[in-house]
Design a protein around this ligand. Structure first.
Ligand code: RP5
Length: 161
């Protein structure tokens, strides 16, 4: 079983999930991706999450839009840390997904990221930061990644308007 699992509520979420996948590939960390819905396939979702062992899987990232129950339901069935990514929606611009993901009751935490692409990218970085606690290769890569972000901003800091 992979250390990082990506679960999306619908195949229609995959464009956003790809943002996470790209970062993980860049860091050469493998992952498994699944489409499972809290509302449409509740039994299959439960069975899958219960099959994951904290001995091998270290982080689960869940992506869902609208009444986004997915990350919370995943968290309800495991002690593996769960990161939630709210998907942007047409009607409410993802505010619906954000509130459904972030407003978890006490005892069942979900680490909620930003709505959409930035959230999906940050989910990858956050998952890597968790792995880096016991993996020096990833820790070194993350340090370099943040240094590169800093350098990129410094390059553009002298701005003429
Ligand atoms: C959620 O409902 C999914 O995560 C998706 O973001 C949203 C809409 O799903 P589709 O109707 O496009 O399958 O469960």
């Amino acid at each position: 079983m992979k250390k990082i699992i990506l679960v999306m509520g619908s195949a229609s979420d995959q464009e956003i999930v790809k943002e996470t996948a790209e970062v993980l590939k860049q860091f050469k960390v493998s992952f498994e991706a699944k489409v499972l819905s809290a509302h449409r396939t509740p039994k299959e979702l439960t069975k899958y999450v219960e099959s994951l062992s904290p001995k091998s899987t270290k982080v689960i990232i869940a992506y869902a839009g609208m009444a986004a129950a997915l990350s919370g339901v995943v968290a309800a069935h495991t002690t593996i840390p769960v990161i939630g990514v709210p998907i942007e929606t047409k009607s409410l611009k993802g505010l619906d997904s954000l509130l459904s993901t972030v407003q978890m009751p006490g005892g069942i935490p979900v680490a909620c990221m930003a709505i959409g692409k930035a959230g999906a990218k940050n989910a990858a970085i956050f998952a890597l930061e968790i792995l880096a606690l016991s993996d020096t290769r990833i820790a070194k890569q993350l340090k370099k990644y943040k240094q590169n972000l800093r350098t990129a901003v410094i390059k553009t800091s002298k701005i003429k308007l």
